[in-house]
Unconditional design. Structure first.
Length: 49
């Protein structure tokens, strides 16, 4: 699965997801991934990760 914000591999995971979205012309995937990243960052902030 995707890692929480601030951990190694986050940029690579983002790049892979964006490349996948572009290849399949799926803007919904980009929106889903961005939303998930925001949720992960909120969780990380809440739990002090």
């Amino acid at each position: 699965g995707l890692r929480l914000a601030g951990q190694p591999g986050r940029a690579e995971a983002l790049a892979r997801a964006l490349a996948l979205a572009a290849r399949f012309d799926a803007p919904w995937l980009d929106r889903w991934f961005t939303d998930r990243q925001r949720r992960n960052e909120a969780l990380a902030a809440h739990y002090g990760v």
